[in-house]
Design a protein around this ligand. Structure first.
Ligand code: ZN
Length: 171
């Protein structure tokens, strides 16, 4: 369906003109599975009918996110929104949380934007969501990732949640 129009540089005919913005259900192979997702793209009415679609840069990003989130729903994995929610609950940046978990510092950022996590790492993210104790113990093993003030604040929050949830476990 056509969801709007926009005057922009056309990648097909090279001119700047009014393009249709179209949203359609598409299918793609991702991690060896067929994934159906909502794709948004431009349509140029000056081009031949069989080759009149192209994807803008911002559309490419949101399409990629739609693909990984549909894949996650199909496989019962946390979606990008959920991962962001978990991270922001503890006031951490994507890089800080990655490093606390001993992952490459850009991994959480990739999970939030273009890459679906492996099942093993999904379990770890679920533990962070469900168990303040788990993050508390992880944090004790890390050095120089958070500044002293941020570390103190986070530990206070975690100890409060551990008490509320009675989530006591020794690592
Ligand atoms: Zn065009």
């Amino acid at each position: 369906m056509i969801i709007g129009t926009q005057k922009t540089q056309c990648a097909l005919c090279g001119k700047t003109h009014l393009l249709q913005i179209v949203r359609e259900r598409k299918s793609i192979q991702y991690k060896n599975q067929e994934v159906n997702y909502w794709a948004t793209f431009y349509k140029c009415l000056n081009s031949p009918v069989d080759d009149n679609e192209f994807i803008g840069i911002n559309q490419e990003k949101s399409n990629a996110l739609n693909i990984i989130n549909e894949y996650r729903k199909n496989n019962n994995l946390l979606t990008s929104d959920k991962i962001i929610e978990i991270r922001e609950h503890y006031g951490l940046t994507a890089s800080e949380l990655s490093r606390i978990l001993g992952w490459n510092s850009n991994l959480i950022d990739l999970y939030e934007t273009v890459l679906a996590q492996e099942r093993e790492n999904d379990h770890i993210l679920m533990k962070i969501k469900d168990s303040p104790s788990f993050l508390y113990h992880r944090l004790k093993r890390t050095k120089n990732i958070l500044n002293q003030n941020k570390l103190t604040q986070l530990n206070l929050l975690l100890l409060k949640e551990i008490k509320e949830k009675k989530d006591y476990f020794e690592d």
